[in-house]
Design a protein. Structure first.
Length: 240
């Protein structure tokens, strides 16, 4: 049975407050997912710095547990999805928020979770190869560096995606958004980025982050490919 999270006006609740509350349900879940991935990268970074047996075991265990949590959350997305009523759709349009963009933002949670899970699984598989005496340290570190750079770009982009929905609101409503949602974010936080009031400016900034993301991936992918090729050769030699 699919359980629908329906957005609908509640008696006694102001329109702006309702939108903020419903948006908070979406974005705070996504922020929590991103925070778990932040913690994965943090513990991997600690292992790379220490390179000792205790750190190896702690990292391996944490990655396994994180993958389990991502799987549970992906299943949650499969069995429940966000849907809005026609009245809430109309309310969003009144406040300069495109319902389709709002719905798409809610639906993206599962895609982000799959990405976090895939990245964590890859790190775990390369880490486990070290138990079989494969020399995967350089590959492990390169993939970690790429994941950190990608996550930094994504966190900045997510902050401006929030800004995008509410950039045209009045100051008092933005203060309410800050109190009820933004102040509770732990991963999608502003990293020295100012709050913008024009959608065109926000679109340009998100575009810049995506270009940075492409540059990072392109720069490190060749190095990662070289390290993976070395690993394949070692596996072939051991298997022959």
């Amino acid at each position: 049975m699919i359980f629908f999270l329906c957005a609908f006006p509640c008696l006694g609740k102001g329109e702006e407050e309702l939108i903020i509350e419903e948006f908070g349900k979406i974005i705070l879940q996504q922020d929590k997912d991103s925070l778990l991935y932040d913690q994965v990268l943090k513990i991997v970074g600690t292992y790379i710095k220490n390179q000792d047996k205790d750190s190896f075991l702690a990292t391996k265990t944490y990655l396994e547990e994180a993958i389990g949590q991502f799987e549970e959350r992906i299943e949650e997305c499969i069995t429940s999805r966000y849907e809005m009523t026609q009245s809430f759709r109309e309310l969003l349009m009144e406040y300069q928020i495109e319902p389709e963009e709002y719905q798409m933002h809610a639906d993206l949670r599962s895609s982000y979770l799959v990405s976090y899970q895939d990245s964590t699984s890859l790190l775990l598989s390369i880490l486990e190869a070290q138990e079989n005496e494969y020399r995967t340290e350089e590959l492990f570190e390169k993939i970690y560096e790429q994941n950190v750079a990608v996550q930094e770009c994504m966190r900045k982009s997510h902050f401006y995606e929030i800004n995008y929905f509410f950039c045209e609101w009045e100051e008092d409503a933005i203060e309410q958004l800050e109190e009820e949602v933004i102040s509770k974010l732990q991963s999608f936080t502003a990293q020295g980025q100012p709050w913008e009031t024009k959608k065109e400016v926000i679109e340009q900034k998100i575009s810049i982050y995506l270009e940075e993301l492409e540059d990072v991936v392109e720069q490190l992918s060749e190095e990662i490919g070289e390290e993976q090729e070395k690993l394949y050769q070692m596996e072939a030699e051991i298997g022959s």
